[in-house]
Design a protein around this ligand. Structure first.
Ligand code: PRP
Ligand code: GLN
Ligand code: MG
Length: 548
């Protein structure tokens, strides 16, 4: 059996300076469905809010020549296959050499790869070339917003390589905190890297493992990595899902009926439940923290390679990243955010004419605040639906510009009124500063700002790509200073206790935090090996181009 796959990826840095605060990536995988690539594209589309820089899909197909005893039909099957495989798409060129012509009764196996800069819809439209190229009943996909490595074609995921035991594709949401340290030792062993992504370390470690089968090699690899990760991987026989020991990054398992009623249901892995809904899949369960699931034609097998710990999912997923209609750990993201707003109203009440959410992130908390304070909820800010999330803009100028293009004061509503603005977070203050100015220009009598999370004072290293402390507004300024800088009449942040309450916890226990809440508390769930080694000048810094 041959794997005919040669990729020519022209590296092309598109010249974007990368943002220091970014979304997380979205991952998706399907096993055992004839429309695997279409489902993956739909799943990625539902996860677009997690990354808008690039999107990629890798599929796997096994083609049986229609009648291998009949030379003519075998040739026809091969000609068809060859035609499909030589289709160009963007910078990816899959070639099939004439010497690969099948001359046995063995099926022809191939991985197909489509990786593009830009949005899912623009690159994987249902009838587009890219989808047609992605044959097979298994596929994985990825929406990228980089936390390592710049914006370039070679840094698009899934990342694929032919390893000793066959083709292996990986898609990763998260960030490794010891990738640079591992890179150093891999390079000393002669590794050749195709990208600048921390994710590739996982592929390299799998390739270098001395274990005898693919799963043991992969387990060997992930036992060496540290940080936050939700991974989906594809081989010629398996779809693999893995979640980091703390479950910082989310991953959920679903199941979907095949159109053939005789066929087994197909399995689906996704970052969020909203992507399962988007493809009509039913939720089976969340992948546990530290769990590795291996999906094959024979069903699902779980591995637990790490000592069992209590999960500590990322607080930011609940606050901002996840889509409000997603369910995580049995909690509705929407309801959690609404409750954050209610708690906020209890902690920071103020008399006003209306509560105006900062769309979209502030909408559910705004509703909760209005409900608890009994102050009317009004859309005092209107958003332009053709502009995405602000964080994804690559430069501070672009971010500031996009806030004013994205939001507009609803003049008629706010003129002469006292307004309570509610947002989910203040990070750099780009959004809040511009929105407050908008309210003032619109003639608001009073402007009060309420934030449905505690002040963000500490960086993130697990896939949020939060800026350095120096860029975080709450790290640089006291509440009084922020009040002045923003130009508001009052400012209030939800307390960490209120935050935990909204998440359904009785109390916040700093000795035993239930969430990865380090951005508020400075309490990091993992060791930060690269940071420590860089500080001690043990290895080269910024191998993966963090400050590119
Ligand atoms: O203080 P800053 O650095 O401006 O960051 C915080 C803002 O960024 C996010 O909005 P974004 O526009 O990214 O997404 P959204 O449409 O989901 O609210 C978040 O909801 C805040 O509004
Ligand atoms: N936001 C993410 O999850 C990024 C994944 C990976 N670290 C990358 O840079 O591609
Ligand atoms: Mg927002």
């Amino acid at each position: 059996m041959k794997t005919a796959n040669s990729e020519t990826i022209a590296e092309e840095n598109i010249g974007l300076e990368t943002a220091s605060l970014r979304h997380k990536c979205g991952v998706f995988g399907v096993f055992g469905h004839k429309d695997a690539a279409i489902l993956t594209a739909l799943g990625l589309h539902a996860l677009q809010h997690r990354g808008q820089e690039a999107a990629g899909i890798v599929s796997f197909d096994r083609t049986y020549p229609t009648d291998t005893k009949n030379e003519k039909s075998r040739d026809t099957a091969f000609t068809q296959l060859r035609k499909n495989m030589t289709t160009h798409s963007g910078k990816i060129h899959v070639e099939y050499d004439a010497s690969d012509r099948p001359d046995t009764e063995e099926p022809v196996e191939s991985f197909y790869i489509e990786r593009h800069l830009g949005l899912v819809g623009d690159n994987f439209g249902k009838d587009g070339e890219a989808i047609k190229n992605l044959k097979g009943s298994a596929a994985i996909g990825h929406n990228r917003y980089s936390t390592s490595g710049g914006v370039a074609l070679r840094n698009i995921q899934p990342i694929f390589a032919d390893l000793k035991l066959g083709g292996f594709a990986v898609a990763h949401n998260g960030n490794l905190t010891n990738a640079e340290t591992l890179w150093d030792s891999l390079m000393q062993k002669g590794a050749i890297f195709q990208s600048k992504m921390d994710t590739e370390v996982i592929l390299q470690l799998t390739a270098h493992s001395k274990e005898s089968n693919t799963i043991d090699r992969f387990l060997d690899a992930i036992k060496q990595i540290e940080g936050g990760y939700a991974l989906v991987c594809l081989t010629n026989k398996k779809l693999i899902g893995a979640r980091d020991p703390w479950g910082i990054r989310p991953l959920i398992l679903g199941k979907i009926k095949n159109s053939d009623p005789e066929a087994q249901p197909a399995y689906v892995l996704a970052s969020e439940s909203c992507a399962l809904e988007a493809v009509g899949a039913e939720t089976v369960r969340e992948i546990e923290n530290g769990e590795v699931v291996v999906i094959t034609r024979n069903g699902i097998k779980s591995h637990f390679p790490f000592p069992k710990t209590e999960p500590r999912p990322c607080a930011f997923e609940y606050l901002y990243f996840a889509r409000p209609d997603s369910i995580m750990h049995g909690k509705s993201i929407y309801e959690v955010r609404e409750e954050m707003g209610r708690q906020l109203a209890l902690e920071h009440p103020v008399a006003a004419d209306l509560v105006a959410p900062v769309p979209d992130g502030g909408n559910p908390a705004g509703l909760g605040y209005a409900e608890a304070s009994k102050i009317p909820f009004k859309f005092g800010i209107i958003r332009n639906h053709y502009i995405g999330r602000t964080f994804i803009q690559p430069t501070q100028d672009a971010r500031a510009g996009s806030v004013t293009r994205k939001h507009a004061a609803n003049l008629h509503l706010v003129r002469g009124k006292s307004v309570i603005l509610v947002d989910d977070s203040i990070v750099r203050g780009t959004t809040s500063k511009a929105i407050v100015a908008m309210m003032r220009n619109a003639g608001a009598k009073e402007v009060h700002f309420r934030v449905a999370s505690p002040p963000i004072k500490h960086p993130d290293f697990y896939g949020v790509d939060m800026p350095t402390e120096a860029e975080l507004l709450a790290s640089r300024m006291s509440i009084e200073e922020m009040t002045q800088w923003l130009g508001v009449d009052s400012l209030g942040f939800l307390s960490i206790e209120g935050f935990y309450k909204a998440l359904g916890e009785d109390a916040y226990d700093p000795e035993n935090p239930k969430f990865a809440d380090h951005c508020f508390t400075n309490n990091y769930p993992t060791v930060l090996t690269d940071k420590r080694n860089a500080e001690n000048k043990i290895h080269q810094q910024n191998i993966f181009g963090r400050d590119r």
